[in-house]
Design a protein around this ligand. Sequence first.
Ligand code: CP
Length: 318
Amino acid sequence: MQFNRKDLLGLEELTSEQIKLILDTADNFKEVLGRKIKKVPALRGVTIANVFYEPSTRTKMSFELAEKRLSADIINFSKATSSVKKGETLRDTLENIKAMKVDIVVMRHGSSGAHKFASEFLDVSIVNAGDGQHAHPTQALLDMMTLRERWGTLNGKKVTIIGDIMHSRVARSNIWGLTKMGAKVTVCGPPTMMPMEIEKLGEGGVKLEYDLEKAVSEADAINILRIQLERQSIRLFPSSREYFEVFGVTSDVLSLAPDDCIVMHPGPMNRGVEIAQEVADSEQAVILPQVTNGVAVRMAVLFLIAGGKVDDTELNEN
Ligand code: CP
């Protein structure tokens, strides 16, 4: 099967077969990452621009590492040191990057829809590394890869997403990806951080539960979200201490979930706000394995967007 897509803008546009293809390809690339020489020539001659208008630790480093592991040529752009400071528009910046004969643009932008806008005028592949509150498809893919590794399947599994659902592109992409793969999703958080009609999102919708204890009680996995203060124009809860008291995932809360419930967090974490120290560092947490899988997932996405087929990849060491 070939991926046959110019861009990856969001998981809502993918079929379950395409999501499975990405996850299967990522499994293959994870094997490469376990080798002594962690590099394959699959994207030799392909040029990729990493265009980050917002701060990032995991996503930016992980894309860059994935590109290096695939032998691509890389250029990096960050808003803080660019001509955006002199007033250059997104369109002009991207047209200039295209003029340098770049093949793929990996972009993070603070505006929801920036990637869709770019994909309409740029005949260069766009990979979404996060757009506003809309989508973070590679984060959801690495979350699903991590869960599938442990369970073998996502079908029928129960995943509860906890926290600032309103501002979370991670929540939206997880809802689309997980429901397409047959998982049952519950969302839980303060009513002030719950988007209207969230129940209708995804394939077949999600369950809404405001009571944290009920929300974790049957969860096979919980995905705890960061409170995104930078996206709140007005304060949506009284204080971080009160948020932690009501919606913070502590070991007492986790003890109400099944013993083998998996704990996830996309990072960066606010320890003591949405997640207690002992939960973040518990045996049940897979927060660092998520980061490891991020490199393999991003290798898979870039490889497939570039037109690669799994069966004719040169997965040989070079
Ligand atoms: N999970 C995530 O997107 O982290 P960064 O903002 O550090 O990339």
